[in-house]
Design a protein around this ligand. Structure first.
Ligand code: HEC
Ligand code: HEC
Ligand code: HEC
Ligand code: HEC
Length: 158
């Protein structure tokens, strides 16, 4: 009896993993991506990310910031850059590994988290990825073209 229910649990577990991968991984991407994950709640305006411009135009303009090509933003489960993503290869959404919704808890009662623990929050992973490059780009080009203020990425909702 025990082994049987264990077996059933394993089959269900495998099905869940398979199904989740089916939901989250895609081989294609829109030119403009709404960065929004099912099951998360949003307090800020939803970010619209120009994937095509970022992975083509900006990469051409700033090859030094894009040494890892697609892997500048996409990496594997060890954090190793996915430099060349083959046609048809599945790319996981960030939340598949940076699993917690939103930003790390803030305020005086919030637990002290290490950088690694903060990165479990998907908004932290996004903020670090977006901001580090934007800061570096603006500094190198003496510009403000790459946005670093909240409302430039999060449109005001009202
Ligand atoms: C500047 C950062 C950046 C670069 C460079 C980049 N991407 Fe992306 N990509 C993203 C972000 C952000 C998403 C949205 C992920 C999410 O919402 O979890 C995404 C999503 C995707 C998705 C869809 C994943 C899904 O399940 O919806 C695919 C496919 C993809 N990228 C392929 C590529 C390929 C191929 C390249 C190289 C030619 C590339 N990306 C370069 C940031 C980038
Ligand atoms: C397959 C799992 C996986 C996916 C998908 C994934 N990450 Fe990560 N990410 C990791 C791991 C593992 C690390 C390393 C964590 C560590 O060193 O503690 C990491 C580290 C990071 C870091 C820190 C890098 C640094 O230099 O410190 C950022 C920022 C980040 N990820 C952003 C993203 C973004 C944005 C996406 C989606 C475009 C994404 N990740 C998708 C697993 C993943
Ligand atoms: C590797 C570098 C890099 C990364 C990573 C990156 N950006 Fe950018 N982004 C740029 C550059 C360069 C520009 C400005 C280009 C110009 O106008 O000259 C820019 C401009 C923008 C703009 C204004 C113009 C437009 O295309 O809409 C927005 C909004 C933006 N980025 C959002 C994001 C978000 C959101 C993320 C994280 C998910 C992100 N970026 C990650 C390089 C990057
Ligand atoms: C370079 C673009 C960028 C900038 C600048 C930026 N964010 Fe974000 N932020 C994102 C992305 C991408 C996400 C993850 C997806 C989402 O929430 O739409 C995110 C997520 C969040 C979330 C969690 C989701 C939610 O709506 O509750 C909060 C809170 C947040 N950001 C607050 C801020 C604040 C406050 C600032 C200014 C100090 C800021 N962000 C600046 C890109 C940016």
């Amino acid at each position: 009896m025990k082994t049987r229910s264990l077996l059933i649990a394993m089959v269900i577990g495998a099905a869940v993993v398979f199904f989740a991968a089916g939901i989250y991984a895609a081989t294609k991407v829109e030119d403009m991506v709404k960065i929004q994950d099912k099951g998360c709640e949003y307090t800020k305006g939803i970010v619209e990310f120009s994937h095509k411009k970022h992975s083509e135009d900006y990469a051409k303009k700033s090859p030094d910031l894009y040494k890892n090509k697609c892997g500048t933003c996409h990496h594997d489960d060890k954090g190793k850059p996915l430099v060349d993503i083959a046609a048809g290869q599945e790319v996981k959404r960030c939340i598949e590994c940076h699993k917690k919704c939103g930003e790390p808890p803030k305020g005086k009662d919030a637990p002290k988290l290490s950088d690694k623990e903060k990165l479990e929050y998907v908004a932290q992973a996004f903020h670090v990825n977006c901001r580090d490059c934007h800061k570096a780009f603006n500094k190198a080009n003496k510009t403000k073209a790459a946005p670093t203020t909240c409302t430039k990425c999060h449109p005001k909702t009202k």
